[in-house]
Write a protein that binds this ligand. Sequence first.
Ligand SMILES: Nc1ncnc2c1ncn2[C@@H]1O[C@H](COP(=O)(O)OP(=O)(O)OP(=O)(O)O)[C@@H](O)[C@H]1O
Length: 335
Amino acid sequence: MARNLYSNQRHPLVNVSKHQRSRCHNRNNLQRQSQQGGFVARHPLFNVFNNQRNNDEVICEKDKTIKEVDGPIQSIYNDDHGNDEVIFEEDTNEDEYMFFGEDSVSGLWVTMREYYCYKFHTRPNIFNPILHGGRLFQQFAVDTYIKIESSRLDYMWHHQNKIRADLYQGLLDNIQAGEQNGDAVGKRKSFPLPDIDKQHETTDDIPMVIIEETSIEVDPEDVSSHKNLNNEQRKAYDEILATVDRQRGGILFVDGPGGTGKTFLYMALLATVRGQGKIAVATATSGVAASIMPGGRTAHSRFKIPLKIDNGAICSFTKQSGTAKLLQSITNNLG
Ligand SMILES: Nc1ncnc2c1ncn2[C@@H]1O[C@H](COP(=O)(O)OP(=O)(O)OP(=O)(O)O)[C@@H](O)[C@H]1O
C-alpha cells in the first residue's frame, strides 16, 4: 500500500460501481477521525485521495477538507457537513481505499506529486500551516522531494519491462512493418545527390583559390610597417624582395630567437607583395602560427601535403587543379 501511496503513477485505488455507492451519514465517525488528526487545509477542488489502512492520512473531498488521522480506517466516511455525495469505500481485495465525489474533476486517482503540489499551494483567505513552518517546512519539502524521487526510481526499478517496451516500440514497429512488407527489408535506398553548384568554384576560369588569395585585404598599417624594420629585419626584407623581383625563384630561410621580430618581418613582406597586386601565400606548420598571418593556412592544407610522408609521397593535387594554378601564380611563398 505504501508503494501505491507514494508512487507517481496513477493507481486505481478501488473499484466502486455506481450501485455500490452509498450515501454517507456517519458524521460521528468522521468527526472522531478528524479529532485524532486535525484539520489541515480546505480547498474546493480537491476530490480524490488514497490512504493506507492503518495510519496517517485520510483525505476527504466534498467537505473541502483534508484530514489527517492516526487510527485505522474502519468504515465508510462522509464529510462533516453530512453531504451525501461524498463516498469512501474500502476495497477489501486491493486492501486500499478511495475517496471520490460524483462531481469528481480529476478522476479517481491523484499522484503523489499532485497531492504534495496541492499541499504546498497558497490559497486566498486560507491559512496553510505548512507554509509557515520555517525550517520545518524546508525539511518537509526536502522529505517530500525525496519521497517523490524515491517513488519515481522505485517505479522505474520495478517496471523495467514496461519501460523497455516503450523504449523499443519504434524498433518493434519497424520489425512488424518489415514482416508486412518483406521485400523492402535489407534493401538499400539511395537518395540522389544534389547537383554540385559550380558557381563558386571558378570565376572566368580563375580558380577559386586564386580569387581567395587575391582578395585578402591588406592592412595599411602592415603596408607601412616596413619603415619600422630594424637593421637585421631590413636586411632580410631587402634580400627577399630582390629575389622576388628577379623572378628566378629561390629558397631563403629566416631564423631567430623568439620575439626577435620574424612575424613582424613576414607581415611587412606580405603587405608589400600583396600591395603590388601579386600573390604571396602565407603558410605555417601549425594552425595557430598560420592564423597570425593574414590569409595564413597550414602548409598541409594549402599544398595538400599527405599526413604520412614516406617514399614516393606526393602532394595530392593534379596539374589541372586550382592549387596547381595557384602555385604557378605565386610570387612569394612565406612559410
Ligand atoms: N621592427 C619592429 N618595430 C616594432 N615592433 C617590433 C619590431 N619587430 C618586432 N616587433 C614587435 O616585437 C614583438 C615580437 O615580434 P614577433 O612576434 O614578430 O617576433 P617573433 O620572432 O615572430 O616571435 P616568435 O618566434 O615567438 O613567434 C611583437 O610585438 C612585434 O610587434
